[in-house]
Design a protein around this ligand. Sequence first.
Ligand code: ADP
Ligand code: MG
Length: 247
Amino acid sequence: MSEHGQERSPVLQLENVVKEYDGNPPVQVLHGIDLTVREGELLAVVGPSGSGKSTLLSLIGTLDRPTSGRIHLEGRDLTDLSDRQVAALRARRIGFVFQQFFLLSGLTAVENVATGLLYTGETVRRRQERAESALRDVGLAHRFDHRPDQLSGGEKQRVAIARALVGQPGLLLADEPTGALDTGAGKGVVDLLLKLNAQGTTVVVITHDRDLAASLPRQVGIQDGRIAFDACTDAPFSWSSAQGGSA
Ligand code: ADP
Ligand code: MG
């Protein structure tokens, strides 16, 4: 754990990334971010409200482009790609989880997860099988046919995580994934992210929750659009071990 991915290849590299929003005058929100995330890492981006965390997530998730600076995703310089190429890369290689779940209310859990595979061109049957398998991975084998209004908050977030991961992206990005959950359900989601990371998923979690951040192996602090600290914890705190339970 302490080698912390020294020899692993970078999934994400940001070089001097600046983001300015239009306005009169324009507002610079990120002032030159350098950040490398390697395969298999699990890191928290932490900072107060308004510090630029969600802006950073939209850039590394390729939902928006930087004003200047470079971003490499799995070795590819996004500057060189057209919007169409970037969208294709995003669909295949990045999974998103947000505070508000964004599940479709008329669809079952399986159908919601299967929407994460629409770009693949696979048959409905095959997408359903993969969605069921992803739901098993997040502990929801008993909730396949439930619609969002029949699920608890924690279960909804697990469905959203299954949808983000069903296409086997190289990078999972989560923006305040426990922000709408009570403490117990939040711990469940953090435990799930730890488990998925232990199985090989690279995860970036954005949070203003210092306890959540402290439970992850690496914490990157953002303050006023700059990196304030970048710290590794050799022995990450685990909710499961703290509770004396099995992982
Ligand atoms: P955080 O997620 O850390 O709370 P954000 O990235 O959402 O922070 O916002 C950082 C700053 O950028 C805030 O001052 C916010 O008002 C500003 N901001 C965010 N999005 C826009 C936008 N589309 N246009 C102008 N300013 C924005
Ligand atoms: Mg935010």
